[in-house]
Design a protein. Structure first.
Length: 589
């Protein structure tokens, strides 16, 4: 990718070596005045503010809104006759970037962009920093030319490109050395409890890296030859590092201590939770351990308490469906189910619904395992199977608390489902989740659990099925030609491919902003099935064929697949992502 600048040096003869010039010692304020990016009066005011605060002139100009980071970097690039680089779209090569260590990169606010053989092009946060220039030349042992970049882009690039990999790998090696050739579990238990021990610092770095990249889960998986550590970002697992498998026991022990679990029990699965404070964030961690052939596997679900509660209007539900869903939530009684696989955003939808209907005149009680988010004004109860505080037991007690609205975290068994349905029949609005592939199959999942047909028919009001699809990266999205498989799916989805508006598909090509994936962020796709008299009658007769035929007619054009297609039309996701969700087109039309 060629580098461009608003002002570049005069062309050099072909084959001539680049003119390598050490940055001039200039005052940034004078440069900006000279280029008429700020006035002399603005510079004078900023210099007075600098004397009071001690901050750099460039930072003060940005903080006071006099100039933007992009204008500042562009101005310096023109003055110094160096390239200006947009790091959001720059095609980084990891091997080139890591010619400079992470510690040095963060210290001097520098990134190696290109290796030109005898010279290296380096992005520098402050192109006028002569000390940084000299130190980079010494560390890299090559001739250095510099490029100007916006400071905030540089900070984000550090987090994307380095990912604390060096730090995590170094701590893993330190832990290996600390453990030695053999592991004494008595000594190990004592070591992992010491704050500041390598195992503690390693976990701290893992959590910081996971939050930095927006991961939802961290997986620590012992293999035959090594320990694999992976993080899930936008629903897809990415390998963070591979380490000596001996450190897996130390990590599992430390995590159990943090979650208050039995560290002596390695033969049975255990579940727990704890909180960690990372800079300005408090993270709730749900821990699950599982004995495997090569040691204990640990999976941690990360919940950021500072992320804020989503509102129904912001979760991506289509306007027409959102209107109908709000009408359902306005009813005084009945069962509303949100369905989908694990990790499809069901809890987010339920909490958004609670936030929508929560009011001073309503008594709202939730029964959860675990309580994921704290909601003001709502009574929340956490299930504890160890002391026989089950969903069914808590739900029975909840009905004696005179609630108006009850949220049941999950209908896991027939007993819980039946109690929830009875509560819906007797005048309570009950919200819950269930694991089904779509909305149409939900009533029959309840019947399969052993719930009487009349209870399903008389209490079930509506079912929302949902998935999460990855969104195209805004920085690298380009038009794409559909593959034969994608063309077949489009043809099946469109009523008449010859007359319907053609779908102009787009897809992210992969860049530094999306870590090469082509995707950044996720959004829910939804379908809503409302029960009416005809559907209720079919469900009460336990007649799956009739029920599914009637339900498909009512949902025609408004299924999960059609919502995904709408996002493809808008260029927000790709055809490959729509197909990855695994839709059966015959069931969608």
């Amino acid at each position: 990718m060629p580098l461009t600048s608003t002002s570049m040096p005069a062309p050099m003869p072909p084959g001539a070596p680049p003119k390598l010039v050490r940055p001039e010692k200039l005052r940034i304020g004078d440069v900006l005045v000279q280029q008429r990016l700020i006035s002399q009066e603005q510079l004078k005011q900023t210099l007075e503010l600098q004397r009071k605060t001690g901050k750099k002139v460039g930072r003060l100009l940005i903080e006071t809104g006099i100039i933007t980071e992009e204008l500042l970097a562009n101005g310096l690039a023109r003055q110094l006759r160096i390239p200006f680089v947009n790091l959001k779209t720059f095609p980084f090569r990891v091997d080139v970037v890591r010619l400079l260590s992470e510690a040095a990169a963060r210290r001097f606010r520098a990134l190696v962009l290109e290796d030109k053989g005898d010279t290296l092009l380096v992005a520098l946060g402050d192109p006028l920093d002569l000390f940084a220039f000299d130190e980079l030349t010494r560390l890299l042992k090559r001739t250095v030319t510099i490029a100007a970049v916006p400071e905030s882009q540089l900070a984000l690039a550090f987090d994307r490109l380095y990912r604390r990999t060096e730090e995590i790998s170094g701590l893993a090696r330190a832990l290996e050395k600390d453990l030695g050739d053999t592991v004494d579990f008595g000594e190990l238990t004592a070591t992992v409890g010491i704050e500041g021990a390598p195992v503690v610092r390693l976990l701290q770095s893992l959590f910081e890296d996971a939050i930095q990249v927006g991961a939802s889960d961290v997986h620590i998986e012992p293999q035959e030859a090594d320990l694999q550590i992976r993080v899930r970002v936008d629903g897809i697992l990415q390998t963070q590092t591979l380490a000596d498998k001996r450190i897996g026991a130390a990590l599992a022990q430390r995590l159990k201590l943090m979650a208050g679990l039995d560290i002596s029990e390695k033969r049975l699965p255990q579940d727990g939770r704890f909180s960690v404070r990372l800079k300005e964030h408090t993270i709730d961690v749900r821990l699950s351990t599982l004995p495997t052939m090569y040691g204990e596997s640990a999976v941690m679900r990360l919940l950021n308490q500072g992320a804020g509660m989503r509102r129904l209007g912001t979760i991506g539900m289509p306007d027409a469906m959102l209107k109908r869903f709000r009408e359902v939530l306005g009813r005084s009684a009945g069962l509303v189910l949100v369905t989908g696989p694990t990790g499809s955003g069901k809890t987010t939808t339920l909490y958004a619904a609670l936030a929508e209907i929560n009011a001073a005149e309503l008594k709202v009680i939730t029964v959860e395992d675990p309580v994921e988010y704290r909601l003001p004004g709502i009574t929340q109860v956490q299930v504890n199977e160890k002391i026989d505080l089950t969903f069914a037991r808590v739900l029975r007690a909840t009905l004696r608390q005179d609630p108006d609205v009850i949220l049941v975290g999950e209908m896991r068994d027939a007993e819980t489902a039946e109690i929830g349905l009875r509560a819906a029949i007797t005048g309570h609005l009950v919200l819950s989740t269930l694991h089904t592939r779509d909305a149409i199959s939900t009533p029959f999942r309840l019947l399969d659990m052993g719930v009487p047909p009349f209870m399903v028919a008389t209490s079930l009001q509506a079912v929302i099925a949902q998935r999460l699809v990855r969104l195209n990266c805004l920085e690298c999205t380009e038009p794409q030609d559909p593959t034969p498989q994608e063309q077949s799916w489009l043809a099946a989805m469109l009523n008449n491919p010859d007359t319907d508006t053609p779908v102009l598909a787009q897809r992210g090509q992969g860049c530094s902003a999306c870590n090469g994936t082509g995707y950044s962020g996720r959004q829910g796709i939804y379908e809503l099935l409302e029960m009416d008299a005809v559907l209720t009658q079919a469900a009460s007769r336990s007649d799956p064929a009739t029920f599914m035929k009637l339900a498909r007619e009512r949902m025609k054009g408004y299924t999960l697949a059609h919502h995904a297609l709408a996002l493809v039309r808008e260029g927000r996701t790709s055809l490959a992502e729509a197909l990855r969700i695994g839709f059966d087109v015959d069931d969608q039309d």
